[in-house]
Design a protein around this ligand. Structure first.
Ligand code: NDP
Length: 452
């Protein structure tokens, strides 16, 4: 660690993180984003600096990396790399999703795990932060191949997880099918029905109502609060969403329910503009049931709707933009286009989808309210924590009950961000509010628990 004033020189700390974690630019970016507003907080609380809270926060408590061999349908053997990072357990067991994507590296999982620590703190629930994943591409794989991969992965992972230790869930590339296979193998190896060891399970066998919809619904509930703070609502607003996966689809569903007109979305093949409003049933059929591409949606939708290949949806004029696909998918050029077209609210459904430069553009535009993912997409992990609660009590909640708790949680996160920003001279700045509030909760718990 740097020999400068213990725990207060944030530039030195960022340099330290960069040199100790080479080749992990997304992790560096996430650390910079969280640290940016913390200078005055550390000055006001020398006890955090003395206890080296920040130096401990940027170092994961543990990182597990392992080989996952599996056999495809033709009998060929493949070798994947999987990892699970337990970032911080000051508030509860490690909690965070699992991503399957060929581009996954340890740096990706560390950035996601680091973000998760502060996101989970913001929910007010008893969950620490962690994340996992593998460089496995489920695209184009049969159900049997996905099952064999999941079984091989769990054959190592099972010894590192459990309801009081680490509780994985889904993320990009991991949804109900994968969680089912992972849980089946966990149950088989441990010989217990350890429902609380994984969340995102099917509602018929230990899963929580609303978990599938929670991130997208929660994002729109958060946007409703942002609008309400400006005495506005969603009725009649034009919305553009990126991605067409779990988060995007249920954000579209809830935005439509609240009266908005969602006119664009995207996937890895390109973007579509559907001025009459996305046909949600068709989108679900193509993307969720058939695992197809938006080209199929455009073809079946007909009219003027066409896939613009390899494009983002950010040149479609809209009042509300919801980036829900992946990290760094929206850059300064996109941000300037959105601002020029009159965007009023930008709220992240994905983790870190806006580059630093894009965030600067939004924050420099007086009319734009911008919310970081650790606040606006926290609905997914909140309902995962509700699932843990239900598993522990062996009592299931109704859809309405879960949805009400989700709405209350998003309202509370919004209020926490607003109040904290105002208390620290960052009125209206959701980034500062989220990072400071998340940090304070984790830092106080770490301080109380001693040097561990
Ligand atoms: P999915 O895999 O279900 O969906 C991701 C969507 O984004 C897909 O439509 C995919 O296209 C598209 N996409 C991925 N990469 C690109 C790219 N480079 N360019 C354009 N489109 C792309 O993932 P989720 O919806 O679960 O997750 C999306 C984001 O939300 C991630 O950042 C994740 O970490 C975050 N998140 C997810 C939570 C959850 O509960 N699932 C909780 C909180 C955050 P295609 O369909 O062609 O693959």
């Amino acid at each position: 660690m740097s020999p400068t004033t213990p725990g207060t020189d944030l530039d030195a700390l960022v340099e330290d993180v960069e040199s100790r974690n080479p080749g992990e630019p997304e992790f560096h970016q996430a650390v910079r984003d969280v640290l940016r507003p913390l200078g005055p907080v550390l000055e006001a609380h020398p006890e955090y600096a003395r206890a080296r809270i920040l130096e401990r926060l940027v170092e994961p408590e543990r990182q597990i990396i392992f080989r996952v061999p599996w056999v495809d349908d033709d009998g060929d053997v493949h070798v994947q790399r999987a990892m699970r990072v337990g970032f911080n357990s000051a508030l509860g067991p490690y909690k965070g999703g699992t991503r399957f994507h060929p581009a996954v590296t340890l740096g990706t999982i560390k950035f996601l795990g680091f973000e998760q620590v502060f996101k989970n703190a913001l929910t007010g629930l008893a969950i620490g932060g962690g994340k996992g994943g593998a460089d496995f591409d489920p695209k184009g794989r049969s159900d049997d191949e996905v099952m064999r991969f999941c079984q091989s992965l769990m054959t190592e992972l099972y010894r590192h997880i459990g309801p009081d230790q680490d509780v994985p869930a889904g993320d990009a590339g991991v949804a109900a099918r994968e969680i089912g296979f992972l849980f089946g193998q966990y149950k088989r190896i441990t010989g217990t029905y350890g429902a609380g060891a994984l969340t995102g399970k099917g509602t018929g066998w230990g899963g929580a109502e609303v978990r599938t919809e929670a991130t997208g619904y929660g994002l729109v509930y958060f946007v409703r609060e942002m609008l309400s703070a400006r005495y506005e609502d969603l009725e009649g607003r034009t919305v553009v969403v990126s991605g067409a996966g779990n988060v995007s689809i249920f954000a579209i569903e809830q935005a439509q329910r609240l009266g908005a007109n969602v006119i664009g979305c995207s996937d890895s093949s390109g973007a579509i503009h559907d001025p009459a409003g996305i046909d949600l049933e068709l989108l679900k059929t193509v993307k969720l049931d058939e695992r197809g591409s938006l080209a199929d949606y455009a073809e079946r939708r007909g009219g003027d709707v066409a896939l613009k290949e390899d494009a983002t949806p950010w040149d479609i004029p809209c009042e509300i933009a919801l980036p829900c696909a992946t990290q760094n998918e929206l850059d300064a050029k996109d941000a300037k286009k959105l601002v020029k077209h009159g965007v009023k609210v930008v709220a992240e459904g994905a983790n870190m989808p806006c580059t630093d430069d894009a965030i600067a553009v939004f924050q420099g535009a007086d009319e734009v309210a911008y919310a970081p993912g650790k606040a606006s997409n926290a609905g997914g992990v909140a309902v995962s924590a509700f699932e843990m609660e239900q598993n522990a009590s062996r009592h299931g909640w109704s859809f309405e009950q879960s949805d009400e708790r989700l709405q209350a949680t998003m309202k509370q996160i919004h209020e926490t961000c607003r109040r904290t920003a105002a208390e620290h001279d960052h009125e209206g700045d959701y980034v500062a509010g989220a990072n400071i509030a998340g940090f304070l909760r984790v830092a106080d718990a770490m301080l109380a628990q001693g040097v561990v």
